[in-house]
Design a protein around this ligand. Structure first.
Ligand SMILES: Nc1ncnc2c1ncn2[C@@H]1O[C@H](COP(=O)(O)OP(=O)(O)OP(=O)(O)O)[C@@H](O)[C@H]1O
Ligand SMILES: [Mg+2]
Length: 498
């Protein structure tokens, strides 16, 4: 018995063909990995299954019954829940209100049973993040905390079919572990799942089989029990070509000038007496468990937080940033982790988003010929292989990974002296991730100093010259070159000696 059958699904948005032939069969109690490059149609297919979009053509069956959901509420009634890539939370509401939204327990006389609702919220956060204060408003939280609430909200529906659209993109190892334990339990209870992720190790661990989309079309299925787990084959199905593994180039930067120096930086209780020096062209990574000060460190360097103590020196001169703009004027640019909150004007075009920083910083003369602007932007769009049919497309209509590339692209175009990257490849597909980091490596070769925080330690390992591990706001260990290894980074993050 199939929990879900989707056949010949087609969907266009205006002239954009998001799905041309989506097909996915998921047996009950199995986990289907839905893979594909950015913009290949994964989110669109999921949103059709859950009634957020209507399909143009095709057949959908749930437990053998043909269905066509008109609204998300219809799919909820049929036992389907979805963890959304762009999160479906209401920032002004509290954590518990968000988790129970639309399914609030009612008491006598139909009044909201507040205490019951809070208990439901607590129950569903218990295994993922029991420490979270459910009375906090969602806008106060970090991206990874929001992601956990989004997960709890879907679980609170007690679904029979759960669709997870990149639930781990904003999470780090220990949280992913907690989530996976929970998902394995759900699976053993017979819950079927569709799991979307660009992280291959997770897909290999959790899924029973894979369905691969390319350009809106299902191009293959890989059943682990009969076909094995051939990563090369999977990647070539995703990309349509053989992907060369990114080779870390050993660049000698030991003679380069020390451009940035941080001395005894302390920020509230988040960063404690942190010191380090970075040379031009160097790529240093900050590792460790999420929430141990890495993101605050980037924000402080970018002028978002005042230092309680310590100094930031550029080329030996002490600098004070009262405001992020002060840092930008010194050539320090931050690519933020939360693209919706800090990075993009969603209802504006790609062209506009790319060029706002240039204009607002008056990096460019007032009247730039429009054609030149278009040509430059289109070059960047190609360099990062942003999937769009024109530059006038509103950014909100791009797929998640392609939005992230716009955030990165607009800052890269300014050729910063110091580039601060906060989880830049979050939700970016395997092929595009390599292209994105190739652009970063090229900037580093030209002398840009890069400071990277990545929730996926593989990115630190592949691209950094040095990795500093943070624990409770302090730098506790440093790894270089050949010592930058997964086991060492993880052990150091949890303060275990190996
Ligand atoms: N509302 C919309 N209007 C116009 N185009 C859209 C809309 N939603 C999606 N698209 C387009 O449909 C295509 C498929 O997008 P989708 O979001 O399904 O990709 P995805 O596989 O989820 O990618 P990612 O891995 O980046 O999340 C993309 O080209 C996207 O730009
Ligand atoms: Mg998507």
């Amino acid at each position: 018995m199939y929990a879900l059958e989707a056949k010949g699904i087609k969907k266009s948005f205006g002239g954009v063909k998001a799905l041309v032939n989506g097909e996915l069969l998921c047996p009950q109690g199995k986990v289907c990995g839905l893979l594909g490059a950015n913009g290949s149609g994964k989110t669109t297919l999921s949103r059709i299954i859950t009634g957020f979009h209507s399909m143009d053509e095709g057949v959908l069956k749930i437990y053998g019954q043909s269905i066509s959901f008109k609204t998300p509420a219809d799919s909820q009634k049929a036992g389907i829940a979805m963890i959304h890539q762009n999160l479906s939370l209401i920032p002004e509401l509290k954590v518990w209100e968000n988790i129970t939204l639309g399914r609030e327990p009612r008491g006598n006389g139909g009044f909201l049973a507040t205490e019951d609702a809070k208990a439901v919220a607590k129950e569903h956060l218990a295994r993922l993040y029991p420490e979270l204060d459910i009375h906090k408003k969602v806008y106060e939280l970090a991206p990874w905390e929001k992601q956990i609430i989004e997960i709890a909200k879907a679980l609170a529906q007690k679904p029979k079919l759960l669709i997870l659209d990149e639930p781990t993109a904003a999470l780090e190892n220990s949280q992913v572990e907690r989530l996976f334990k929970l998902l394995f339990d759900l699976k053993s209870q017979g819950v079927s799942m569709i799991f979307i992720s660009h992280r291959m190790t997770e897909v290999m661990e959790l899924c029973d089989f894979l369905v691969i989309l390319r350009n809106g079309e299902t191009v293959g299925t890989v059943d682990f029990s009969t076909d094995g787990k051939d990563e090369k084959k999977i990647v070539s199905l995703i990309t349509g070509t053989e992907l060369q593994k990114s080779q870390k180039q050993r660049r000698d930067i030991s003679d380069n000038e020390i451009f940035l120096e941080v001395q005894g930086m302390t920020v509230g209780r988040k960063i404690m007496d942190v010191s380090f020096k970075v040379r031009k062209g160097e790529i240093i990574g900050f590792g460790g468990l999420q929430g141990h000060g890495q993101e605050e460190l980037l924000l402080a360097l970018a002028g978002y937080f005042p230092l309680s103590n310590g100094r930031i020196l550029l080329q030996g001169k002490s600098k004070r940033f009262k405001h992020p703009v002060d840092a930008i004027h010194q050539g320090i640019m931050l690519v933020p982790g939360d693209r919706h909150k800090e990075g993009l004007f969603l209802t504006h075009s790609i062209l506009a988003n790319f060029n706002y920083p240039k204009f607002s910083l008056k990096k460019t003369k007032w009247l730039v010929p429009f054609q030149q602007l278009q040509a430059e932007t289109s070059q960047s769009v190609q360099a990062l292989s942003i999937k769009t049919h024109d530059l006038d497309t509103e950014v909100k209509n791009l797929s998640g990974g392609n939005q992230q590339k716009v955030v990165l692209g607009k800052w890269l175009a300014l050729k910063p002296q110091v580039l601060l990257l906060s989880d830049p490849a979050k939700g970016v597909d395997v092929g595009a991730k390599k292209e994105l980091y190739d652009v970063v490596l090229k900037l580093a070769d030209e002398g840009t100093l890069v400071i990277l925080y990545a929730s996926d330690s593989e990115e630190l390992i592949s691209y950094c010259d040095r990795v500093l591990i943070m624990y409770e706001g302090r730098i506790v260990e440093e790894f270089r070159d050949g010592d930058i290894m997964e086991e060492r980074i993880i052990a150091s993050s949890i303060r275990v000696k190996i």
